[in-house]
Write a protein that binds this ligand. Structure first.
Ligand SMILES: [Zn+2]
Length: 206
């Protein structure tokens, strides 16, 4: 049994309505997001694919990876994408005290200048979310999970997760990580092609 939803149930978005789960459905716009980078080669691959379609996206970076790969991080910004904070050490909010969680985000914020935040694993305590919002952060969740991290599904299933569930205003999660790369490199070019053909544009979250 899978322990996640590829399409976020409406009940979640109602309960946690102070978080962003999707954008307006008035326009044919899709918000692609990439978590856990920057990662050499993988993030470069993503950038060159996005460029082919003049697509913009949002990268939720891990502070420690920005430290290791500052050049790739700079490239994200110079190519017109936006970046967000994904903690310094990929902290699971449920396992950390609020003060420690916030400190870890603060450390990452010295490297990642952004008020966008995505909690690793989507796991964040209400107290942590409240404090972040107080500090001016926007907490960006998602409406479509590609599940590119799931080694038990096929590349084709991963592609179908995105093709079936994405529509106007969707926020879609991918990972520019080594673990997800086998699926990502297969799925991303097809997603860009399919939705471009249907007249969608790809926008960065600001
Ligand atoms: Zn993550």
């Amino acid at each position: 049994m899978k322990l996640y939803f590829t399409k976020t149930p409406r009940i979640f978005t109602r309960i946690f309505s102070n978080y962003t789960w999707r954008f307006s459905s008035d326009k044919k716009e899709i918000y692609l997001t990439f978590d856990d980078g920057p990662t050499p080669e993988i993030t470069d691959f993503v950038l060159s694919e996005l460029q082919k379609y003049n697509a913009k996206a949002t990268f939720f970076c891990i502070g420690k990876n920005v430290e290791k790969h500052p050049d790739i991080f700079k490239r994200l910004i110079t190519e017109g994408h936006t970046v967000g904070n994904h903690t310094q050490n990929h902290f699971n909010g449920w396992k950390h005290k609020t003060v420690n969680y916030l400190n870890n985000i603060e450390t990452a914020s010295k490297l990642i200048e952004s008020k966008l935040f995505r909690p690793p694993y989507g796991k964040i305590k209400a107290s942590q979310g409240k404090e972040l919002i107080k500090k001016g952060y926007k907490i960006i969740m998602w409406s479509v999970l590609s599940a590119d991290f799931d080694t038990s599904i096929s590349r084709e299933q991963c592609l179908q997760n995105v093709l079936r569930n994405t529509n106007n205003g969707s926020i879609v999660v991918f990972h520019d990580s080594l673990k997800a790369s086998e699926k990502l490199t297969y799925v991303l070019p097809k997603v860009l092609e399919e939705f471009s053909k249907k007249g969608f544009t790809f926008k960065a979250i600001t």
